[in-house]
Each structure stands twice: as structure tokens, then as C-alpha cells.
Design a protein around this ligand. Structure first.
Ligand code: COA
Length: 377
């Protein structure tokens, strides 16, 4: 039996704190005029001290599960696309898995720069089509404000924080993720990188002083790469799905720069209204940008049942990814029965209680049965 991976739930989280271009012009030598003209960005969201990649992922995931009316205990796979994980390890996906009470889910992070979400969508949909999993949660989440150099005007004006998530479910009805193109060219790795904190340049006082824990970018070269690859990947994704540009209802591109998006739209000869843009309000949120844009496109009525969407991104690596999606959920979605909302709420509460109870138990065990002193020598 042929299986298809359908998007059945979607959710996003954006921190409440807004940082406008005028705010930035108080911090570095820039202006609202320059930022808007060169990027299209007007403002971005910045995570509070309490908000992290995991907390935003969890919020977006809960919303996606609510829309899908899905039981978190039945999720089989959780992938978080991110370049700003909660820690180097454990993965952010494992923290999400625990917080959702998704006890039977495999969980891992995926690092593919700003292509992370579409990479994860491609991997998860292949796993579903192969019959390995029935339900997957695919998340893109970033706290870029924590790695941006707030004294570097060439980069700090571009980025923002947020998270987006989708629930993918197996179905025998044709549709859902019809194709995915995943690509990489590691020779461009140094164009966009976070040099410090890994095995090459471990964290030291010098690495901190030398700014190695901040994002570094060659903006012009990334720009050139992006304009070409967006067009090529979009065409390839449609071809792989046996479709053409005439079949495309809406392009949802990575929200890096309005000029890049407009150049891609010109390259593809797309009419006005066929490209979704929300970067003016969020800036570049890396892996989160495409799922956040998808959510807003759905919520604002830009997506209808049976529409053909292409999600396309590029990013650090260098990487690129595009997916063709046949939208199969009728909109607006029905309100789930109250008892199912209550069951989900109970699962989240129980997951939190379980986590606290387990750490209290370990604390008690260590005190009741302290490790025996080493008798060597
Ligand atoms: N405010 C004011 N001036 C700025 C500025 C800022 N925030 N940032 C750079 N400038 C200056 C530069 O110093 C340069 O001045 P100079 O000519 O005196 O040296 C001038 O503006 C032009 O800089 P340039 O880098 O050529 O601008 P640009 O038109 O290429 O725009 C980017 C810069 C970063 C907006 C653009 O290259 C870009 O979007 N690149 C892709 C980045 C991206 O998408 N990264 C994420 C990938 S996932």
C-alpha cells in the first residue's frame, strides 16, 4: 500500500518582545531606511531570558498538536531543525519529547542551517512513506539573538527568534509532501558559520574575546548563492512531483531578505500574490522562518484545500531544500472536543510531574545509598 505524509497540524511561537529598526539604530550605526531598503525587514522578535529554543519549540509543537487534534503519546518521531539548540547535547528534540509526554517518539536535532525545517520535513515524510512511522512532529526553532554580535551592523539587523511546527500523519490518500529536494555544498561552509564552541575551537576565554561564539557571515556571497539556488530548487521540487510552475499555488520561501525572495520570484516568473512574505515582522529566523510563514499563510487565508505549495530554503552548510506539498486539510479546522483537549493538557501536566518526580527520586537514592569510597591503594 502506498503511504503519503500529510501535514495535519501547524503552530508557531513568536516571543512578545519586538525590536524595531529604530531600536537597532540606537545600538549600531544603521537606520530604518537602510535596513528596509536592503532587506525588507521592519522589526524582529527577541526571546526573553526565560524563552529558549526548547521552550519555543514546545509552544509551537503544542499548538500544532492542538490543530491536528493529535495525542502526543502517539507521536513516533520528533525532529527539531535548529542551529541554536538548547545545549550541544542532549538534543532539543529530546527536551521537547519529554515535555510533551511523547513517550514512544524517537527524537533528534537536525543542523542544516536555515534549510533545517525543510530538511527535517523531507526526512520525516520519507520515513512515513516507508511505513516506519505513523505520526511525526517537525519543528524549526531558533534563538539567534543569543549568537548574534549586537555590535556588528552587517549581521545583527537581519535575524530574529521564533519557532514553527507541523504534525505529519500517514495516510493512504494521495497528497501531502509530494517531493523533497535536499542539497549541500560544504565548500561554502565558511560563508556562514559559528566558529567557536565545537571540537575545532573549544570555548576558552580567548575564543570568547575573539568573538568566535558569534555568527559570522559573508553576506554578498550568501546573497549570490541564495538567488540562484531558490529558483533551481523550486523547479526541481516541482519536477520531482511531476508538476510545473503553472500548478504552483503559493511559494513559501525562507524569509532571509525581500530582495532575495523577489529575485527568485522574477526568476520563476511568478505572478504577484504567489509568494508569501512575512519577514518584515520577524526578520530571518533561520530554521523557524518557513514553518512560521506557513502558519501565517494558512491563518491569513492564503492557503486553501488542494493548493500546491512549495517550501524552499537555503542556509549555512551551505545547504538548500525544497518540498512540494499538496494541502489536504479543509480550513478552518474543526474545534476538537473538550475531552480531547483535556487529555492533551493532562499529558503535559503528567510529563512535568514525572520529570520532577524522577529527579527527586534520583536525589533521594543518592542520599540514601551514597557511592562507596574508592578503596584503591
Ligand atoms: N546599516 C547601514 N549600513 C550597512 C549595514 C547596516 N545595517 N550593513 C552594512 N552596511 C554598509 C556596508 O558597510 C557597506 O558599506 P561600504 O560600501 O561603505 O563598505 C554598504 O552598507 C553595502 O554593504 P553590502 O554588504 O554590499 O550590502 P548588501 O546590499 O549586500 O546588503 C545584506 C547586505 C547582508 C543585507 C545582503 O548581502 C544579504 O542579505 N545577504 C544574504 C544574507 C543572508 O540571507 N544570510 C542568511 C542566510 S540563511
Amino acid at each position: 500500500m502506498t503511504l503519503y505524509a500529510h501535514i495535519v497540524g501547524w503552530g508557531k511561537f513568536a516571543p512578545a518582545k519586538v525590536l524595531t529598526n529604530d531600536d537597532l539604530s540606537q545600538m549600531v550605526d544603521t537606520s530604518d531606511e537602510w535596513i528596509q531598503a536592503r532587506t525588507g525587514i521592519r522589526e524582529r522578535r527577541i526571546a526573553s531570558e526565560q524563552e529558549t529554543t526548547a521552550s519555543m519549540s514546545i509552544a509551537a509543537a503544542r499548538e500544532a498538536l492542538r490543530v491536528a487534534d493529535a495525542d502526543p503519546a502517539k507521536v513516533d518521531l520528533i525532529i527539531v531543525g535548529t542551529v541554536t539548540p538548547e545545549h550541544l547535547f542532549p538534543s532539543t528534540a529530546c527536551l521537547v519529547q519529554d515535555a510533551l509526554g511523547a513517550r514512544q517518539a524517537a527524537a533528534f536535532d537536525l543542523s542544516a542551517g536555515c534549510s533545517g525545517f525543510v530538511y527535517a520535513l523531507g526526512i520525516a515524510s520519507h520515513a512515513i512513506e516507508a511505513g516506519a512511522y505513523e505520526m511525526a512532529l517537525v519543528i524549526g526553532a531558533e534563538t539567534l539573538s543569543r549568537i548574534v554580535d549586537w555590535t556588528d551592523r552587517r549581521t545583527c539587523v537581519l535575524f530574529g527568534d521564533g519557532a514553527g511546527a507541523v504534525v505529519l500523519r500517514a495516510s493512504k490518500h494521495p497528497g501531502g509532501v509530494l517531493s523533497s529536494i535536499l542539497g549541500a555544498d560544504g565548500s561554502g561552509g565558511e560563508l556562514l558559520m559559528l566558529p567557536g564552541g565545537g571540537s575545532r575551537f573549544p570555548s576558552t576565554p580567548e575564543s570568547v574575546l575573539n568573538g568566535m561564539h558569534h555568527l559570522h557571515m559573508d553576506g554578498r556571497r550568501v546573497y549570490r548563492f541564495a538567488t540562484k539556488i531558490m529558483v533551481r530548487a523550486t523547479r526541481q521540487a516541482l519536477e520531482q512531483a511531476n508538476l510545473s510552475l503553472q500548478d504552483l499555488s503559493l511559494l513559501i520561501p525562507h524569509q532571509a531578505n525581500q530582495r532575495i525572495i523577489e529575485s527568485a520570484a522574477r526568476g520563476l516568473k511568478l505572478e504577484d500574490g504567489k509568494v508569501f512574505i512575512n519577514l518584515d515582522r520577524y526578520g530571518n529566523t533561520s530554521s523557524a522562518s518557513i514553518p512560521m510563514a506557513l502558519c501565517e499563510a494558512v491563518e491569513s487565508g492564503h492557503v486553501k484545500r488542494d493548493d500546491t505549495l512549495v517550501l524552499v530554503g537555503f542556509g549555512a552548510g551551505l545547504t538548500w531544500a525544497a518540498a512540494t506539498v499538496r494541502w489536504s486539510v479543509p480550513l478552518p479546522v474543526a474545534t476538537p472536543p473538550r475531552w480531547r483537549v483535556a487529555v492533551r493538557w493532562a499529558r503535559y501536566r503528567w510529563a512535568a510531574i514525572r520529570r520532577r518526580a524522577l529527579s527527586a527520586l534520583w536525589w533521594l537514592i543518592e542520599r540514601l545509598f551514597p557511592p562507596k569510597p574508592d578503596r584503591k591503594g
